[in-house]
Design a binder for this molecule. Sequence first.
Ligand code: IMP
Length: 429
Amino acid sequence: MSAIVVVGGQWGDEGKGKITDYLAQRADLIVRYQGGNNAGHTVVVDGAEYKLHLLPSGILHSNKTCIIASGVVIDPFTLAEEIRGLERQGLTTANLVISPLAHLVLPYHLELDSLEESRRGPRALGTTRRGIGPAYQDKTARTGLRVADLFDLDRLAIKLAEAVAEKAAIIRNVYGSDAPEALDIAYLGRRLREIAEVLRPYLADTSAVIDAALREGKRVLFEGAQGTLLDLDFGTYPYVTSSHPTAGGACIGAGVGPTRIDSVLGVVKAYTSRVGDGPFPTELAGKLGQYIRDKGHEYGTTTGRPRRCGWLDLVLVKYAARINGMDYLALTKLDTLAELPEVYLCTGYELDGEEIDDVPLDPADLERCVPRYVKLEGWPALEGVRAYEELPSAARRYIELIEDFVGVEVCMVSVGREREATIIRRELL
Ligand code: IMP
């Protein structure tokens, strides 16, 4: 198989970074196709921890081409900082390729993200305030600045002046606020011209690079950020992100036809977490939720916010399998649930007195869904477990129930943070 899409099967933070990093060892190209630095991937290699936001997880493999495709929104200052950060840790970024078609997240987008969130008051979405929504708004409104604009100084000046005039009117007149730095055209222009030189060596037509690689029989890994339930169309709207973290998003965001994709791997955590607001039927608000949060280090890589935690919701995972056409599942953080006397899997809901076993079409109804659980025996600690047969039988039963319910094979199981703490039942790629 030569092209695989890795997607999150829940609300993000499923452990995609680790799974992608593992698969990246066999891939030639690793492609990010949507989202921006709202994402946060933690990869641990030889005890060293790397936190990545914009750079694809594969960047740690210097012999792989890493692509930031046109569907990503790039905060150029963050990207430059991330590149410098890796270089400081002695790693190269010479293997990075950036699409000139990618849109830019600029300081006024961050300002607007915060102002919009504050205005929503109790109905705030809980965004990462990284300017993602406002940048995608500009893209759709056809007013956004793209990476390519940084290299045409006349065009940059015109587009920046127009954008700043519009944002200044909104920030000052609608919100009654101000943002002197984010609205200072001369200052922004100067900083963007500087940053252009940092980005220049990395630019190429990324769709063509991917196409050429596929034609040569190379192995391409498309790395989704966030998760299915944060998809703009198929997530819990409006509590979603502004892009398409789903498998279909890989085609649009990377400029690759669907016939070129061979398989889709969904990454699912052994329990559920969500950061930000919105419905979450299996949320554990009390002590048990806090226990999972602490044991699983469920605090945001990007914002440090505590993540809401709860039991694994198989209704949502089955839905994600459908939306993405998942061929395989990778189950992560099975070790976090170890040492509990019993664990629960949600296999249906009760909605207004009726039993249902699919996600309601209107996400607002999900708020009222009461989960129906199957109770299973817990399992002991999983330290040192490296093969499926070494897993305690209760843990295997848990995995098999997931496979039966979702109808998708679990081909990888992660039982710890390190690269080696991964059970491979089937090699993909
Ligand atoms: P935005 O993407 O910053 O606009 O935030 C929209 C929603 O997506 C919020 O609920 C965020 O918490 C959530 N979100 C965005 N990026 C991630 C991520 O990488 N992991 C988990 N949740 C995310």
